[in-house]
Design a binder for this molecule. Sequence first.
Ligand code: TMP
Length: 206
Amino acid sequence: MKGIFITFEGPEGSGKTSVIEAIVKQLNEENIHVMTTREPGGIRIAEKIREIILDVENVEMDLITEALLFAASRRQHIIEKIWPALEEGKVVICDRFVDSSLAYQGVGRELGIERVYNINRYAIEDCLPNLTIFIDVPPSIGLKRVFSNDRKVDRLDLETIQFHEKVYRGYHEIIKRFPNRIKVVDGTQPIEIVVKEALKWIKTVI
Ligand code: TMP
């Protein structure tokens, strides 16, 4: 692929979305144009799958069904949006990607990192990011942020603090497995510093 694929990861309330917005603005000012997208979602079919997964009414959803739906939405997103953009040589920034499944479904839901990675291998083939930035915010701080702003609370936000602690530990396990690809930025710092540190990593790959 000719382009550069960058993903952002983090637990609930890590502020990834605001950080990505600020980074894109800064890059645009430097005449570096990027395509942004998000998971689950990014394209029509995947946004529909997102609605099913995150609907607070879907309490009976089986955990493997959940993992498969995330992988299915990811597949469609890659085929329709990510690969074509990378083929054109674009810089693609995606808010969450396969590491979210490894942390949330693999460790949070206890399906196992290997098992969830195997499910996702069908979806992503060899499409792994060139760089992943993990915005590190412990769940005790992140969840307070989620419940104090006006963002719509979804089915996964409503999980127990123990679930979110597992997800957080899961991310740190994944970081140990992929130290070259995943870079950690302390998300408890003021947003300007978080943006500056994330940009520094981005500049190493673009
Ligand atoms: P968001 O709040 O960052 O938009 O993400 C939606 C929720 O979906 C969030 O709770 C994380 C969760 N998620 C997974 O559990 N597995 C995945 O593979 C992805 C992409 C998201």
